[in-house]
Design a protein around this ligand. Structure first.
Ligand code: PLP
Length: 468
């Protein structure tokens, strides 16, 4: 069993999130059902090809299913890290905001932000959130998914270079796929050396990068959703500052999993490190620790003085980036804006963050993380049963790596602990695991129960292995 810092060696896989459709082998031709000759069998119908694609996933134990788990089960799975969704403080504040509106106050937004869907309330919320995150401007999107798709699809300009961590989220892949950027190159997960290697390679191909006339976007997450590790953001900045002294390196950081959990009053990893002025765009989402829905893209205004001197567009990029997104981000323009109840729920949570009300929940979460680490470190393991704990010390997301994640997950679920087996294509082949998420509302007794269940499964699996 391994407990400790995540191995940051380069990986070899594209993250699950790379867009994938049904495999080619499901095509009519590959299945020998081509319609080219009259004697050929009838072509496969669309619905039959869906069934074949699903059967293919089933055969690889990779078929996804919707599940509803009993409410009485202990949550070791959701992203409700601060347990805010069941917090009475949050609920009371949220309901008060709803109830304090006049009866005629519209709860629906009524249209796109650009038509009837905007409101003074939404604009004020953006200012409140921008202020909390020490950023000049913020722009609301209907979800983190929409924010990543909308921003990444339009911000990198034709010919610009995008360098992305191999484990970035599916929504960032979607945005990059739609973008007019030039090369999009992956670098090894959370590896500053990997970023350097890819950037140097791009610089040798395109002299415009070195002379500062070609933009380079570095796309990362601050905490990775499946692996739960925290990105070495300062080390990435050092690489970019050294190689791109003209200030044409732009960081795009998705803080979906760190919002509420890390940083001062839950402001995120970037603010914990004090590097907010070096991030061109930060994305915070509200559907995880913030118990709400939606996402916000926060663009920085003034960069550090060096960058401001060297690249005048950066000086203006806060408000200008926002205006640009309002004009070009299609996932913002062509969708109905969030209605008042969503805005109010985001407001309620951010007020709690601002007042420091969630700091004790952050602290409690860290206590529980230490407790689970101790319990996992004390587990009796066996050579015959593959089992590794993969964990970044302060992260609420823990991976139990095993070759039998479905079995382990179902044993835990049978005991009333909700954990999920995570299988390819959500993660790369060979990285199967049970994902455990901790929440401020979990208890030590629940954690002990989970650890005992894992121990029983390990004992039982080893007995079975010895009989083979
Ligand atoms: C890293 C990351 N970014 C973005 C998203 C999408 O955010 P949302 O659920 O608000 O669409 C998720 C998860 O859903 C995520 O894990």
């Amino acid at each position: 069993m391994i407990i400790g810092l995540r191995n940051q060696e380069p990986g070899t896989h594209l993250q699950n999130s790379t867009p994938r459709g049904p495999p080619d082998l499901m095509s009519n031709q590959a299945l020998g059902t081509s319609t080219k000759t009259s004697s050929s069998p009838a072509p496969m119908s669309l619905v039959d090809s869906f069934s074949a694609a699903l059967a293919h996933r089933e055969a690889k134990s990779a078929r996804r299913r919707l599940t509803v788990l009993p409410r009485t089960a202990v949550d070791f799975s959701s992203n409700d890290f601060l347990s805010l969704s069941t917090s009475s403080a949050y609920r009371e504040r949220f309901l008060a905001l709803l109830n304090n509106t006049p009866p005629s106050f519209p709860f629906a937004s009524g249209g796109s932000r650009l038509l009837d869907g905007n409101s003074a309330y939404a604009e004020d919320l953006e200012k409140f959130v921008a202020n909390f995150h020490q950023a000049p401007t913020a722009l609301l999107f209907n979800s983190g998914y929409d924010a990543n798709v909308g921003v990444l699809s339009c911000v990198p300009q034709p010919g610009d270079v995008i360098l992305y961590d191999e484990l970035i989220h599916a929504s960032a892949h979607e945005g990059m796929r739609l973008s007019r950027a030039g090369p999009r190159k992956m670098f090894a997960h959370s590896s500053p050396a990997g970023l350097r290697k890819v950037l140097v390679a791009q610089m040798s191909e395109d002299p415009k990068i070195a002379n500062g006339s070609r933009n380079v976007f570095v796309v990362i997450e601050s905490i990775y959703s499946m692996d739960g590790d925290v990105a070495p953001i300062k080390e990435f900045i050092a690489v970019v500052d050294e190689l791109l002294p003209h200030g044409n390196g732009y960081f795009y950081v998705d803080e979906a999993h760190s919002t509420g959990v890390f940083g001062p009053k839950g402001a995120g990893v970037v603010q914990e490190l004090g590097v907010q002025e070096r991030m061109f765009i930060r994305v915070h989402t509200f559907g995880k620790a913030l118990a709400s829905h939606g996402g916000m893209s926060i663009s920085q205004g003034l960069e550090n003085e060096l960058m401001a001197d060297l690249n005048i567009a950066m000086v203006l990029c806060g408000p200008e980036t926002r205006e640009y997104l309002i004009n070009y981000a299609r996932s913002l323009i062509y969708t109905t804006a969030l209605g008042f109840p969503f805005l109010a729920s985001i407001r309620a949570t951010y007020e709690l963050l601002q007042m420091g009300e969630t700091v004790s929940l952050q602290r409690r979460l860290q206590q529980l993380i230490s407790h689970l680490r101790q319990q996992l470190a004390a587990l009796r393991t066996y050579e015959s049963v593959m089992f590794e704990v993969d964990h970044f010390p302060t992260s609420p997301i823990i991976s139990l790596r095993t070759s039998q994640p479905r079995q382990l997950a179902s044993v835990c679920q049978a005991k009333g602990f909700v954990v999920r087996a995570i299988m390819p294509p959500t993660i790369p082949e060979g990285k199967e695991r049970v994902r455990v998420c901790l929440h401020s509302g979990n208890t030590e007794a629940e954690i002990d129960g989970l650890a005992q269940t894992i121990q029983s499964w390990l004992d039982q699996s080893s007995r079975q292995a010895s009989k083979l």
